[in-house]
Design a protein. Structure first.
Length: 326
């Protein structure tokens, strides 16, 4: 907790001075980091957030065709965790929980080469730790307005009709509404007037396997002019991100720990950039980590509700194992 408080204070101080900084925090809130951008070593941590980046290239461009194979979590292992979560939901202890797993992968590309060629809104590389090519914005603050873009709802796109099928899917829509409501409530503590300014819009993600549809909404609220001096307090009051935890947050996180039985680390954490005027951040999903032996693992998951069935939820975990290299 001391490390978190120190990080919040550092962010608040740098914000009050309008000093650009980079910050990152893991899901468990054990390893937060905040550092002025001028002190960030791009040989250790590199990022590209919507075109704002601290390095031009991480590696030489690998023009070879991507080879990408994975050994997914077994259905038996998935079902064991699913049963724990489903029972808790039926007991009324949670009504939406994001359940995640890791799957071993192999590729002819290094992490540096994958992130170099990946096409994503948010790209981050931490030497010998992980890469993330996330499509999900967490919080943006610009022109004294805070925006959040919760992403919940996924479908493989084989034809244009899949767009309507996702938008009208009862289970996916119920998940989405739950998370939008959760984030709206989180933001209402910070802003005077919280509005859902864009509801259930779709993004099409290109992957090495084909197209994937993701459903998001936009929630906005005006901020006081002096929000900069409280930026750390503001961001940490919203953590963990609702889309990758669930509702209600506190009890759901306890269930996640019991079901997953493995720390997430920086996966589903948050990383952000403050440029002295505006703030942009992402949820660390679409994530590949390297362990101490050099093995690579892809982390993926999905939302579980009382409407869930294990077969389709298992398939969603597999669908999200991709790289946006094409």
């Amino acid at each position: 907790m001391e490390a978190i408080n120190q990080t919040i204070q550092t962010m608040n101080k740098l914000g009050s001075l309008h000093t650009p900084f980079f910050f990152i925090v893991d899901f468990e809130h054990e390893n937060p980091l905040c550092i002025p951008l001028k002190n960030l070593d791009s040989n250790e941590i590199a990022f590209n957030f919507n075109g704002f980046k601290n390095v031009e290239k991480l590696s030489g461009f690998n023009s070879a065709p991507l080879a990408f194979n994975f050994n997914p979590v077994t259905y038996e292992e998935f079902n064991r965790a699913f049963d724990i979560v489903y029972n808790e939901i039926h007991q009324g202890n949670s009504y939406l929980l994001n359940l995640t797993f890791r799957s071993e992968i192999e590729s002819n590309f290094s992490l540096e080469e994958i992130i170099e060629r990946a096409k994503a809104k948010y790209k981050i590389w931490w030497k010998n730790k992980f890469i993330s090519f996330s499509p999900e914005t967490f919080i943006q603050i610009n022109n004294n307005t805070m925006h959040s873009f919760p992403m919940k709802g996924t479908r493989v796109m084989n034809s244009d009709s899949d767009k309507e099928l996702l938008l009208n899917d009862h289970k996916e829509s119920a998940e989405h509404v739950t998370i939008v409501d959760l984030i709206r409530n989180d933001m209402s503590i910070l802003g005077k007037k919280v509005e859902v300014t864009k509801f259930k819009y779709l993004d099409t993600l290109e992957t090495h396997k084909g197209k994937l549809l993701q459903m998001s909404s936009q929630i906005s609220t005006p901020m006081e002019d002096n929000w900069h001096k409280s930026i750390g307090s503001i961001i940490f009051s919203m953590l963990p991100a609702g889309s990758i935890s669930g509702a209600p947050k506190k009890k759901t996180i306890e269930i996640i720990k019991a079901a997953e039985q493995r720390p997430r680390g920086f996966y589903t954490g948050v990383a952000g950039i403050y440029d002295g005027k505006n703030f942009d951040s992402c949820v660390l999903i679409r994530y590949i980590e390297k362990d101490s032996r050099g093995k690579l693992y892809f982390r993926s998951g999905g939302g579980i509700t009382h409407l869930s069935n294990p077969e389709s939820e298992y398939q969603e975990v597999l669908n999200k194992i991709y790289v946006p290299v094409y």
